[in-house]
Write a protein that binds this ligand. Sequence first.
Ligand code: GCU
Length: 671
Amino acid sequence: DEDGYDLWLRYRPLEQAAQARVQSQARSVVLPGAPSPTSQAALDELHKALTGMLGRAPAPSARISDGALLLATPARLQELGAAASPLRAELSALGNDGYLLRQTRIQNHNVTLIAANTDIGLLYGAYAWLRDANTGAKLEASSAPTLQLRLLNHWDNLDRTVERGYAGQSIWDWWALPDIKDQRYTDYARANASLGINGTVLNNVNSKPEVLTAPFIAKAAAVADVLRPYGIKVYLSARFSTPLELKETSTADPLSPEVRAWWQRKADEIYKSIPDFGGFLVKANSEGQPGPQDYHRTHADGANMLAAALAPHKGIVMWRAFVYAPKGTHLNDDRAKQAYDEFKPLDGQFAANVLVQVKNGAIDFQPREPFHPLFGAMQKTPLMMEFQITKEYLGFSTDMAYLGTLFEETLETDTKTAPQGRTVAQTLSGIAGVANIGSDRNWAGSHFDQANWYAYGRMAWNPQAKARDVAVEWAALTFGPRTVTPVVDMMMMSRETVVNYMTPLGLHHIMGTGHHHGPAPWVDNLERPDWNPVYYHRASRDGIGFDRTAKGSNALEQYAPEIARQFSDPKTTPPQFLLWFHHLPWNYAMPSGRTLWAELLAHYDQGLADAKSLRARWVALKPLIDPRRYSEEEQRLNRQVANATLWRDACVAYFQSVSGLPLPAGVQPPA
Ligand code: GCU
């Protein structure tokens, strides 16, 4: 249990007072009527959890008595004579997925009620009640998600390697499927359902034609069967040229009748095995992937063709806006502009069952990016947010970086677009997180990386959730109540620590070539200019930073006028984005009174100091953490200090070689 396999569903024995409280709410568990697979999953989870927390199994019961934990939908409530209660009205506002938890009286008994309109709502309610029971939080009144699509995206290949995966092999054992369904699939479903995640794309966006052949459809169907009771739909990444590469058509042109008919047949075939198949995720005309532009068609032509094939089955297309084509027009200009330039003119042209999926920032999952200008700009197209839970650019699964703060920062930003300003969260119809899940015993590569999966799921359910509150929950569920405050303090400082030692003040994309781990700001000889770190930091004797104002690439004009105006002046640009938008002289005066050069050095020093502080804080917790998890994290924090040291020394040495400026007094040049 200390190997991390149980994630945040550990259900350890509660302390005495908590036991009494939970016991009084769940003397028996009552689900009137015959259970469905989904409500059975809720019963099973409650049984497992209560047994763990209280040391004995709750009495299963068909009848209501005092202290019962009652799970019921409106129809059942009616049968129980609770029909006229105000609960009905409250429930109707909660939609398909919402639930309410209530201490109430039914049939003259005091009960704890978990009520929802559907069985999946009951399952979500059961997990919510368990969360409250475990953390001692007061019973949540009611909750319903604002986003209907809450997905994970696996970048998992069919050979079980995982693109940007740092937690072992893919959990999907394609070879053994469909006959062998690993217990992990069920535990994966439980963990995701506990957060409200309701969809998963099984395979990498850099997809293969094989995944849409009959044998793989059967394998995906077997996974779908396991996930279905937990309310999780299966989706697949589709390679645009699939029919052509399978030699079943002579082209992949989306307007060719032959191609359209092929996709229609393929959709029909998939739905025969997976009646609730979610749909396709597509990466097209990006990083060498095929797409409609190969045939001089637009993204809308491509997406709509697939959408037409899926529409009769109620499937959707999630078409990615992460485009940066090999022969893009922006090679020597600004890669950050390409997605907006390609997609904004297509706003209004996408079919109703197409969503455009946009990364949180316009470059690529950097430790910090300003929000993507497409949020707010695409007023007629439903958008999905794409966050990366796996930490490709934030130190893999060795460095600690809690991403809740990154998610919160992006979601709560005001896009300043009509009608009265909308936060990024308010521009969304769905959300996707690139999974950090693998077959490592602890699923995520490190214990603290489990928190990023958790935070993603909780914030997908409630995009207004606060990163700190989510961290408090996770820490309590994972490490127990006694270490919450110090653990949460570490989590809350961790991402800024990484920003400081990697890419402070708006620097970006200066990581090592290809693998993206460790510093390489000096690299300038890659085949494409926009792969080179020097393209992004633009440091020279005269200064540093990427000028995205009207004097430079003018990427700023892709934002709402109010933001463009504010960020066009370095004095009114938030310092954390300064070098993202401006090229400034080394002696530029910062608000702190320091020169830009001195400020940059101070940030690198701060990053290293904070990495050391994270380690020291963990060492201080040693008596309170079990030895296994203590040691596994301690080793990582040692690595993180080494990594931060390398980052600081390498970046300071490199930028100094370019600026020609002396190091400030007291700073030793690196050996
Ligand atoms: C990044 C990442 C790739 C990935 C791509 C994508 O560039 O490094 O591995 O394929 O994003 O999101 O499509």
